[in-house]
Ligand binder design. Sequence first.
Ligand code: PLP
Length: 360
Amino acid sequence: MPLSDRVLMGPGPSNLYPEVVAALTHPMLGHLDPDFLSVLDETCVRLRTAFATTNALTLPLSGTGSAGMEAAFVNFVRPGDAVVVGVNGVFGERMVEVAGRHGADVVRVDAPWGSPLDPAAVLAAHPAPALIALVHAETSTGVRNDIEPVGAGKGDALLVVDTVTSLGGIPVEVDGWGVDVAYSGTQKCLGVPPGLAPLTVSDRARERLVERPSSWYLDLNLIAGYVASGTGRTYHHTAPVSMVTALHAGLGVLLEEGLVASWERHRACGTLLQDGLERLGLELVAPVSHRLPQLTTVRVPDGVDEAAVRSRLREGFGIEIGAGAGQLAGKVWRIGCMGHTARPRNVALVLAALGEVLGR
Ligand code: PLP
């Protein structure tokens, strides 16, 4: 089966929108070429729409989603700052690690993996944290965490939110929810290859930028000149021209479809998939109230070799699904339905193939 037929239903990357594939073959331009700079400017405008924000400092950082996470901490955490981190999966754990490396005094608020965080517990964890950090869509568990109540009660703290798996797939309201710093990735619900970290920073957060962060590459004081001033629109390094062009195209597809329509497509496919998995007698991990449509965690039945099932799906049907991660390694599969992949046809295919492989 040709690799071009592979259906990517793991936790990411998802399949690429055809418009993105076309954009990746666009002739190379210089990174200061006015024709490229107008693509870059328009990409930032599109990102503001996707994030639902008017933040001037909104741009794609070079590097995958993890670059966004690192930038969110290295630019806003000073040694000894109290940083509250919600942890109910791999990516909350990673935030603890990254914040700690940048000198934060981390206060973690845990919830069992598979359950959402309790916003009241997050707000009660410290009387005056410098920063509160949450993962919106936990890719390791398929659980959505509520952001809005934490934004409403954050007080003087900055609120950092990881939207790597949520942006484009479910509502993300940066301004409406009081989020100060949000970052994402390109390879999930945006249908673009991995390689950029869309980032947005509120004016309030910009006033608190660390002057000389320990990372030169991710120093927003240096990068911010490009979008913020409206003059000298350059990164302080060579812009990843082809990736920005691909993201421009992916955001174009998203906004042409409409954010609400994209959320609805993801919701419908997620429901179709989750209902179908339950009909196969499989058990879903996330509670229905906080279940992500774009990433479903499903328990591996007793006695089933989970890796063999994934291999048979890939080799026999050209479908990739994901293994469990962290505490859930070996116990679950993670089935993504994101971006261009989120189509009823792909859901029907994975359900039929899984039914056959499991003999159900
Ligand atoms: N945050 C979340 C919620 C993720 O799912 C991921 C990747 O899967 C990351 C951060 C890290 O992103 P990347 O792997 O693109 O660096």
